[in-house]
Every structure is written in structure tokens, then in C-alpha cells.
Design a protein around this ligand. Sequence first.
Ligand code: PGA
Length: 225
Amino acid sequence: TLGNIRKTKPGTLRLAVVTTSKYFIPHLLGPFCEQFPDVDIQLNIGNREKTIERMKQGIDDFYVFSHPPQDIDVQSLEFLDNPLVAIAHQDHPLGKRKSISLADLCDEPFLMREKGSGTRYAIEELFKKHDLKPNIKMTIESNEAIKHAVMSKLGITIISAHTLTYGGQSGLIRLPVKELPIDSHWFFLWPTSKRPTLIASAFLKHIETNGRKLLQNELDRSALD
Ligand code: PGA
């Protein structure tokens, strides 16, 4: 039973998550580890492509994606919104405009994530749908480096609002682009074939009962308006 987890050395919870979820996954783990202090955690962070690779190898208990792959036999739990929003430096001229269109963004140098990134995939789909192309000035393999490049006025970007939570928005503004946000969502995935460990079941329960509420509140409170 779950109560027994507290009494015996219960082992390890293995998670493989996409880079954009690293802003909130530790905030899920905090309260979980307080409840189960003997559980060890292995947290692997990679982009969408790398995380899919790990899932194919069946290494971990849970995987986190906003664009889960369709061709692998897994169960999933949708647990959180993942709005993708446009951001600029607070002095950027577009910041003065009340309404901006996606076409307006194409005139600006755009900072784009690397191939294999789920964020990039979602942005490309949106531009394609509107028959537009972003003016990609830099390709950068990190949300953090992209944010710092925006702070340093190298360009604008579309990024998950989660990267702006927990105090991460300094010097940035959100642009009111009509076609945004991209409304995606976060999912926990786990293999159908593998019987969840007791720890994994306890973790899933933690997400469903407290975790998702905690994260959604932080997102609603601190994402830029
Ligand atoms: P990324 O993933 O970190 O690969 O961009 C985010 C996502 O899957 O939406």
C-alpha cells in the first residue's frame, strides 16, 4: 500500500521531461518529496525528440510532453495548460501597440528553438496555418538563452508562458498578438506495458490531487498580461 512507502526504502522515481517543462516539474517534486522523503528522483531533461527516444527505450516511469508522439502505446494524463505567447524587450516599439497580428511578427528578427523542439514544432504549425514565415535570425537550443537574447534586444520570440513563471519575466513584455496564444497542454505519459511501481502510482495521485492545481495557479498568477 502507499503507506508502506514511508516505512521501507522505496526506490526511485524516474522522469524524462521536455526542456520546457523544467520550469514547473521541480515544483511538483517539492511537495511530493516532502510527503515521501525516502524516494530518490532521477530527472532527465531533453528536447522533444530526445525524450521520445528515451520513451521508445522504456527507461523511465513517466514522460512529460506537450505534443505527445502518436505512434507509441502509452497511457496519458492531461494535467496543465501550456500557452505559447509572444514576448519582446520591454522597450520594443511593438509593445506600444494595442493589437498585433502574426504577420507583424514576421517583420521582426525571430529567435527560434532548434529542430526537434516541441515549441518549434508548434510555432511552425501556426505560421504554416496562416501562410506566413517567421524571419529567423537565430536558432538557439535553450529557452533560457532565447529569453536572454530577447532581453538583449536581439529579437522577439514565441515561448511557453511557463518560462515566465516563478519570477522569470524580468525586463520582458508579452505582445498582444491576435493569433496567440497557441493553446497547447501538458501531458504525463507512461507505458501501457509496464506495471507502475508504488512510487509511480503515488506520484500520479499527487499530480491529480494537488500538483496540477498548484502549477495552474502559478501559471495564472505570474504569466505576463
Ligand atoms: P521543447 O518541448 O522543450 O522540446 O520545445 C516543449 C514541447 O514539447 O512543447
